[in-house]
Design a protein around this ligand. Structure first.
Ligand code: FER
Length: 304
């Protein structure tokens, strides 16, 4: 009976149920892994796959009382794309004021997450309060929407079944999320002051949407990007244009993450086509420490 149950669970979590955007790279899971653990296939590391930015200490997410604090608020917006009222978590920096205009980072979660995931994984308010207090990051707004653009956007049941809704989110982001933020907050509403990054499924979304809308974003980051990531040729059909327009392209993955081939493939293409980018391979797996650490470094490069 127990074995039957385990077989059922393995069957349900198989990504073969998923209509991913790039089926050819969709890995088969061996069934040995749990939940969001070791997705994907064998890991083959090359000489380029090095850690460029060292692991920061865990104090980056320790709350300090003696510094100014920003604010985290869960807001609602009407999504024309989905036809529902949706939620997003918004961090505004210390002393946020309509007298100033702020750049915005849109930060996307993974396949099992939602609009609360980045806060749970990286305590975004504490991380950014600390970065800003230390003069390492410029004051910015961080928007954490829900990337599962479907009526029931809870991470329920077999989370892989919602993969198509992560592709639909392209329209929700461009037509609903960004206009909402730009109408309700005092922001610098141009590509030079708009960044898009995410973890895993959200990393794939960030590369897919960011690199194909360089008129909207000039700072793009993918941390352990998932197999929803389009092929390099689809993402960057014109390397010269990407070279001219991108301020920063950050790719990272842990060297224990079975999805690393997705990022390696893009890194190799970027290198062959001489598109400048950061390629940071640390010693983590598919886990929050990798995401938090890479966001910490990425955030220091944004808008400066
Ligand atoms: C897959 C393996 C992993 C996949 C998505 C993921 C769409 C996403 C993982 C995450 O977001 O943590 O085959 O296909």
């Amino acid at each position: 009976m127990r074995n039957l149950l385990i077989l059922l669970v393995i069957y349900l979590v198989q990504p073969s149920h998923v209509t991913a955007q790039d089926e050819t790279t969709n890995p088969k899971r061996t069934g040995r892994e749990e939940a969001r653990g070791d997705f994907g296939g064998p890991i083959a590391l090359g000489p380029d796959d090095q850690q460029i930015y060292g692991d920061p200490p865990s104090s980056i997410v320790e709350k300090r009382e003696n510094i100014p604090h920003g604010k985290l608020e869960m807001i609602q917006y009407e999504s024309k794309t989905v036809g529902t009222t949706r939620r997003m978590n918004v961090y505004t920096p210390p002393d946020y004021s309509a007298q100033n205009q702020y750049p915005v980072l849109y930060l996307l979660h993974g396949i099992g997450g939602d609009e609360t995931e980045w806060q749970r994984f990286a305590t975004i308010d504490i991380l950014f309060d600390n970065l800003i207090a230390d003069g390492k990051s410029v004051p910015m707004i961080v928007v954490m929407p829900n990337g599962r653009a479907q009526k029931n956007d809870r991470a329920e049941g077999n989370v892989f079944q919602a993969a198509p809704a992560f592709a639909v989110f392209e329209r929700d982001l461009l037509d609903d999320v960004i206009p909402t933020i730009e109408s309700r907050y005092s922001v610098k509403a141009d590509r030079a002051h708009r960044a898009l990054a995410g973890l895993s499924m959200g990393g794939g979304q960030s590369l897919n949407f960011g690199l194909t809308h360089l008129d909207k974003f000039s700072w793009v980051g993918g941390f352990s990007s998932a197999p929803n990531t389009k092929s390099p040729e689809q993402l960057i059909p014109q390397p010269q244009q990407a070279k001219e327009q991108l301020q920063l392209l950050w790719l990272s993955c842990g060297n224990k993450d079975g999805l690393i081939r997705i990022s390696q493939r893009l890194h190799r293409y970027l290198k062959e086509n001489e598109v400048p980018h950061v390629w940071n391979v640390d010693s983590h797996g598919h886990d929050p420490t990798h995401w938090r650490n890479n966001l910490y470094h990425f955030a220091q490069m944004l808008f400066q």
